[in-house]
Design a protein. Structure first.
Ligand code: ATP
Ligand SMILES: O=C(O)[C@@H](O)C(=O)CO
Length: 414
């Protein structure tokens, strides 16, 4: 293994795994740090290993512990460079976890300067003058200000990161980035001892940043930061083969993002759906057995969703508390996913990073093979050793037809 990635959520892990796979790297995605049995399997015989954690919203101390364990394992597999994959919308709170984890990894790896860039232009995330944009709007006006767990209310990611770390935070402006890898390298040398936020508005900017990152032990960013990295290892783009699975299918959505809510309303017009309410879950009125029976009896792949608008989410959080509401839904999806697979479901499309973490833990998957792209940032995945194909969609990714597209790709393969 040459390149190791630690992803702070599951959809983010498959996002960067797709980026590396399309750039030609034989890539495996692991659920947590592999055990010694998994580590002796074929998954480790690859160019890039992506460890999926569910650490984005954990207390910083736990996120650090898990990330250091992941880094130690990746280094033990021969990785020369570690990427800490964070969200392209820099999802975090003032307590972390992007700053604390980056700092702990840098100190463990002996890295003096860390490049930080969440840009992912193909999905509309760009960084300019240290400010993060989603499409044409600043981050704090993009809908991310209403996120149930990590509301992003400050678009200046230099300030956001400064609140999370004791390291100085510096900035490498676009005028330097567009001059190419050599200028970026000079700027990095002038910023030694800091976390350097880099502006990037195009893939070319990210390719130059990737080139400038050659030989560095650690970089932190969205999946875009990986665009230029495989070339540093002499790897060129090519397609890997992948076979789809045609069995029973379901769509599970716990994401409350604007894009997901659009996809939910679109899919509900064509397929059977069930809404899961937080108050029903907390009240103990939701039966997993009944949901499974209902799902299996549908002809079209049905949708089970808790995705709600910001006002509903805020009312529920005021009534039950933010963490209690989130964990009630996540535990429900954990149990439901396990029961659905037990009942023979073979294709699952999931919307939302935390939700994906719950589903993947519920089905006890340990390693994924990376299939073709469904949408930018979302690959088809197959679970090693099980007849099960998954799509793990980040909240804000994918067009209105995403659920149909995903079900189709999971069945048809490449
Ligand atoms: N109706 C609801 N009320 C309150 N919280 C909810 C509701 N539905 C889901 N949640 C919680 O909101 C969170 C949504 O996070 P999740 O990461 O799954 O989606 P996302 O943030 O849109 O996706 P991503 O992290 O990929 O951008 C989860 O913790 C989920 O349990
Ligand atoms: O970078 C992104 O936006 C995604 O991969 C993600 O991490 C969302 O949870």
């Amino acid at each position: 293994m040459k390149l190791g990635v630690i992803a702070d959520d599951f959809t983010g892990a498959s996002d960067i795994a797709l980026m590396l796979s399309e750039a030609g790297m034989q890539t495996a995605q692991f659920v947590g740090v592999p055990s010694s049995t998994e580590a002796s399997g074929s998954g480790t015989n690859c160019d890039a290993g992506v460890i999926s954690l569910k650490s984005r919203t954990e207390p910083a101390v736990d996120a650090i512990r898990q990330s250091l364990a992941a880094s130690d394992w990746l280094l033990s597999q021969g990785c020369e460079q570690i990427v800490f994959k964070v969200c392209s919308t820099f999802d975090s709170t003032d307590e972390g976890n992007i700053g604390p984890v980056t700092q702990a990894l840098a100190e463990r790896l002996g890295e003096q300067t860390v490049l930080v860039c969440p840009a992912f232009p193909e999905n509309g995330r760009t960084v300019y003058q240290g400010h993060l944009f989603v499409g044409e709007t600043l981050l704090n006006e993009s809908g991310m200000q209403n996120h149930p767990l990590t509301p992003m209310r400050d678009p200046d990611i230099r300030r956001v990161l400064s609140r999370q770390t004791t390291w100085p935070v510096s900035h490498i402006a676009h005028r330097t980035v567009r001059q190419g890898a050599e200028s970026i390298g000079d700027a990095i040398n002038a910023k030694t001892g800091s976390m350097a936020i880099l502006d990037a508005i195009t893939d070319e900017d990210l390719i130059a940043i990737g080139k400038a990152a050659a030989g560095r032990r650690l970089v932190t960013g969205g999946s875009g930061i990986a665009i230029g990295l495989p070339a540093n290892f002499g790897i060129t783009p090519h397609q890997h083969s992948w076979t789809g699975i045609g069995g029973k299918a379901v769509v599970l959505s716990g994401s409350c993002s604007t894009a997901t809510r659009g996809q939910v309303s679109h899919y509900r017009q064509k397929a059977p759906s069930r809404e899961i309410m937080v108050e029903d879950v907390i009240g103990g009125w939701v039966s997993i057995d009944e949901l499974v029976e209902w799902t299996i009896s549908q002809d079209e792949p049905p949708l089970l969703f808790s995705s709600a608008d910001p006002e509903t989410v805020s009312q529920v959080q005021q009534r039950f508390g933010r963490d209690k509401s989130a964990s009630a839904i996540e535990n429900l999806f954990y149990d439901l996913a396990a029961a659905l697979v037990g009942a023979g479901v073979e294709r699952i499309v999931v919307a939302g990073g935390e939700t994906s973490g719950a589903v993947v833990s519920g089905i006890k998957a340990s390693t994924f093979e990376i299939g073709p792209r469904i949408a930018p940032g979302v690959p088809a995945l197959s679970v090693a050793g099980q007849p099960l194909a998954l799509a793990l969609k980040s909240g804000n990714f994918g067009g209105p037809n995403f659920f149909e597209d995903a079900l189709h790709v999971l069945r048809a393969g490449s």
